[in-house]
Write a protein that binds this ligand. Structure first.
Ligand code: COI
Length: 359
C-alpha cells in the first residue's frame, strides 16, 4: 500500500558544513527526520520534517520501563547518484520481531521502507561516497504514554534519523572474555534490538576498558563456555579448517551483516560452521597456531578485526592482516552496498524517485 507522508523541507540545508573526509560516527545528523505516531490502533501523522528537539513529558513510559527498540542500517549511493538501501526488508522484519518481544506495535514493512525511501530522497546529498563511509539510518521506536505504573504503553513514536558516518572502529579491537556479567539468557531479550540490552552492557564494557580492552566478548549465561557476541557485533573465527560463528540460538542478535558475510564467505569457497563455539576450542586453535583471524560484524562496525582476546588473565594475540579474509569481506560488502560490485543476491534496493510516494 502507498502511504501518504507529509513533507516539510528545511529552509536551509546544513550539508555544506560537513567535512565528508572526516566523519565521526554518530554525531552528525542530516537535515530531516521521519516521525510517525501510533495512537493505540494505527500509525498516524506520518511526516518528514526538519530535525529538531522533541519535547516529552517526564512520565513518558519509555524512560521508566524501557519499551524502546531500534535498528541500524546503512545506505550508499551509486555512481550515477541513486540512493541504495541494503536489505531493508530484513531490517523491517527484525524491527518487528523486536517489537513483538517488547510488546510494541509492528510497523507495516511497506511503511518502514517507504519512510526510508522518502527520507533518502530528501537527504540524498548527505550520503557519503567514500568507500568506508555511509549514511547510517537509525529507525527507533519508543513508548510515549504519560503514565507511572508498569504496563505496556498504548501509544508509541517511530522515528528514522539519518547520520553520515565513517568507520565505527578505526583500528583492530581487543576483547575481554566476560565470565561474571551476562548479556542475555535463554528466554530473555538477547535477540531483540532492545535499547536496554545496550544500556546493560555499559558497565561490564567499562570494566573491560579499565583493563585495557575495547569490548567484552559475551559468553552463554549458563556455563560461561560458549561464545555469544561482542559489544555491537557478531563474531567470526577463521581457523585452518573452517570459519566458525555462534549459531542463532535466541540469545544473540540476528545480524544482517552476519548473514551477508556468511553468504560472501560461502561464495568465496569458505566452509562456514554456524554452531555453538566454545572458548576452549578457540584457545586450543590459537595454541596450535590454527586460529588465523578473528573479526566482528555489524552494520555500524561493518567488519572489525579482533587482534587480542583476554581470557583467564592471559592475552592471546591474533594476526590482523591488512590483506586477509576480514579485509576481503569488508571491501566486498562495502562494494556491494555502494553499487560498485555485482549484487548477485539482490541485497541492494535502489531508491528511484518513482518508487517513493510523495504526499
Ligand atoms: C549497529 O551496528 O547498527 C548497531 O546498532 C550497533 C550500535 C551502534 C549500537
Amino acid at each position: 500500500m502507498a502511504y501518504s507522508i507529509k513533507i516539510t523541507k528545511a529552509a536551509q540545508s546544513k550539508v555544506s558544513e560537513v567535512d565528508f573526509s572526516n566523519i565521526p560516527f554518530g554525531k552528525i545528523f542530516s537535515d530531516h527526520i521521519f516521525v510517525a505516531d501510533y495512537d493505540g490502533k494505527q500509525w498516524t501523522n506520518l511526516e518528514i520534517k526538519p530535525l529538531e528537539k522533541m519535547p516529552l513529558h517526564p512520565a513518558t513510559m519509555a524512560w521508566h520501563y524501557g519499551q524502546a527498540i531500534f535498528e541500524g542500517m546503512k545506505a550508499g549511493k551509486s555512481a550515477d547518484g541513486v540512493p541504495l538501501l541494503f536489505r531493508p526488508q530484513l531490517h523491517a522484519q527484525r524491527m518487528n520481531a523486536s517489537a513483538k518481544r517488547m510488546c510494541m506495535p509492528e510497523i507495516p514493512e511497506d511503511l518502514f521502507i517507504q519512510a526510508l525511501e522518502q527520507l533518502l530522497l530528501i537527504d540524498k546529498d548527505w550520503i557519503p561516497t567514500q568507500s568506508d563511509s555511509a549514511l547510517y539510518l537509525r529507525p527507533v521506536m519508543m513508548a510515549t504514554d504519560e503514565f507511572i505504573g508498569v504496563r505496556s504503553s498504548e501509544t508509541f513514536r517511530f522515528m528514522i534519523l539519518a547520520l553520515p558516518s565513517g568507520p565505527y572502529y578505526n583500528k583492530p579491537v581487543g576483547l575481554w572474555v566476560e565470565e561474571h556479567f551476562v548479556r542475555a539468557a535463554d528466554g530473555g531479550v538477547g535477540e531483540a534490538k532492545a535499547a536496554g540490552n545496550y544500556g546493560a552492557a555499559l558497565y561490564p564494557t567499562k570494566l573491560a576498558r579499565d583493563k585495557g580492552y575495547d569490548q567484552v566478548m559475551w559468553m552463554d549465561a549458563r556455563d560461561f563456555k560458549y561464545v555469544q557476541e561482542s559489544g555491537t557485533m557478531n563474531v567470526f573465527f577463521l581457523t585452518k579448517n573452517a570459519v566458525l560463528t555462534p549459531n542463532l540460538s535466541g540469545t544473540i542478535l540476528r545480524g544482517i551483516t552476519r548473514d551477508s558475510i556468511i553468504q560472501i564467505l560461502k561464495d568465496n569457497g569458505y566452509k562456514v560452521e554456524e554452531r555453538p563455539v566454545s572458548i576452549d576450542e578457540i584457545i586450543e586453535a590459537h595454541t596450535k597456531g590454527e586460529l588465523l583471524e578473528v573479526f566482528g560484524t555489524g552494520t555500524a562496525a561493518v567488519i572489525a578485526q579482533i587482534h587480542r582476546i583476554g581470557y583467564h588473565g592471559k592475552d592471546y594475540h591474533i594476526n590482523a592482516p591488512e590483506d586477509g579474509v576480514a579485509a576481503m569481506l569488508k571491501s566486498s560488502i562495502n562494494g556491494i552496498r555502494q553499487g560498485r560490485l555485482q549484487d548477485k543476491h539482490d541485497w541492494v534496493w535502489p531508491v528511484e524517485q518513482k518508487s517513493a510516494v510523495l504526499a
